[in-house]
Ligand binder design. Structure first.
Ligand code: PGA
Ligand code: ZN
Length: 433
């Protein structure tokens, strides 16, 4: 056994930001160095995501406990990786893939596998005495990402009457991460004052953004423009906007109501065909400084995606989240069919660090933009901040500059920028070119 061999794996059930149980793993190496990681959880999850194993026992933690996942770590994963070299991430991830043997990690649970995968990675970085981003990239990761901060929450993430799940601000004129964060925090606070002045709710949704009841989704974009102006910035020049529609939800609602193939915006009670929805997006982009739309169509509505990317992909970023689920196989189809021009990256959609890196590589090699993302259920773990820098992803979304689990990622990026010092590069506005 060498110093970097895995000596011990300890796991526990902790809570995420919604008060729901999740998996935390500690991996200790032979020389005593430890790595800890915890697993996030989505609400608007894609049907093709790797399986999050939950116990489904109603009487205990409302069915959401993860004790089976812990058992799988203790009884199956741990015995197979103890003694293995933590520096060999791909090898360890492969051992877990083989132990699981399913397409969607349903035997062991993606939450069990990912917790171990991330903890091994951290332990290895600590063994090398390197920050996670430097270890992950072999020193090549130097780019601080442009943030897309979700300041107004709708859809499944909030009780507001907004249909679109995320209204995000993008500090397009920022020249550093520190400045980007400051600009977003200023607009966030300006938005709060604006809502207060209109007697609107300033309570926040799952991702830290405000969740007011407004006249319409379009009204939200008007409010954002006002908040930007009131903070002393100019919409278009200093700030652009980004949307995550999470349209698989609208698609599923319509199907349940007997309108298969259409989109039901259940909060405003409007039914759209794919064509009508595309026209609606074109209207929004023509009238507001929108630079990116994520999940404008449902995860299996490939032809609508192709059409949207064809019509709008030259002007704005078209991001596949539920469509690609960080899965190289689905991304390969999207590249072939030109279904989008960017991919959202979530570690727990695919379930190992190695497969996540593979997916990012595939995207970048094919000219796709990459956006590293949190989940609506998060923990204090800041892995994604380091991942964004390590892969020179160019973009990150981790919610509003509010709520500890969101801000933890943004603060980690401040530290990384400070540490990289003169070698730090900020992605800047060119990331959308
Ligand atoms: P989720 O939302 O974590 O609830 O899936 C985030 C997103 O859709 O991007
Ligand atoms: Zn999304």
């Amino acid at each position: 056994m060498v110093g970097s061999s895995i000596k011990n794996v300890v796991c526990r059930q902790i809570l995420d930001s919604r008060g729901t149980p999740t998996v935390e793993v500690d991996v200790t190496l032979n020389n005593g160095v430890m790595g800890r990681a915890s697993v996030p959880s989505g609400a608007s999850t894609g049907a093709n995501e790797a399986l999050e194993l939950r116990d489904q026992k109603d009487s205990y933690f409302f069915g959401k406990s993860v004790l089976k996942a812990l058992k799988n770590i203790n009884n199956i994963i741990s015995p197979a990786i103890i003694g293995k070299n933590a520096l060999k991430q791909a090898e360890i991830d492969n051992i877990m893939l083989n132990l699981d043997g399913t397409q969607n990690k349903s035997k062991l649970g993606a939450n069990a596998i990912l917790g171990v995968s991330m903890a091994v990675c951290r332990a290895a970085a600590n063994y090398k005495g390197l920050p996670l981003y430097a270890y992950l990239s072999g020193g090549k990761g130097i780019t601080l990402p442009m943030p897309m901060m979700n300041v107004l929450n709708g859809g499944k993430h909030a009780d507001s009457n907004l249909n679109i799940q995320e209204f995000m601000i993008v500090p397009i004129s920022a020249k550093s991460w520190e400045k980007a964060l400051k600009m977003c925090a200023e607009v966030f606070n300006s938005l709060k004052n604006l809502l207060k002045s209109k007697n609107l709710s300033t309570a926040v949704g799952d991702e830290g953004g405000f969740a007011p009841n407004l006249k319409s989704d379009e009204e939200a974009l008007k409010l954002l423009s006002m908040a930007v102006t009131k903070a002393g910035y100019q919409p278009q020049k200093d700030f652009k906007f980004a949307l995550d529609v999470a349209a698989s939800e609208m698609f599923n609602y319509a199907t349940q109501m007997g309108y298969a193939g259409k989109y039901y915006f259940w909060k405003s009670k409007k039914l759209y065909s794919a064509m009508e929805l595309l026209e609606y997006y074109q209207h929004l982009v023509a009238n507001y400084p929108i630079v990116s739309i994520e999940d404008g169509f449902a995860e299996e509505d490939w032809s609508a995606w192709d059409l949207m990317n064809n019509k709008m992909g030259k002007k704005i970023q078209i991001v596949g989240d539920d469509l690609f689920v960080t899965n190289p196989t689905r991304l390969t189809r999207g590249i072939r069919e030109k279904s989008a021009n960017a991919i959202l990256i979530k570690l727990n959609q695919i379930g190992t660090v190695s497969e996540t890196l593979k997916c990012i590589n595939l995207a970048q090699q094919n000219g796709f933009k990459t956006v590293i993302s949190h989940r609506s259920g998060e923990t204090e773990d800041t892995f994604i901040a380091d991942l964004a820098v390590a892969t020179n992803a160019g973009q990150i979304k981790s919610g509003a500059p509010s709520r500890g689990e969101r801000v933890a990622k943004y603060n980690q990026l401040l530290r990384i920028e400070e540490q990289l010092d003169k070698s730090a590069v900020f992605a800047g506005s060119k990331v959308f070119k």
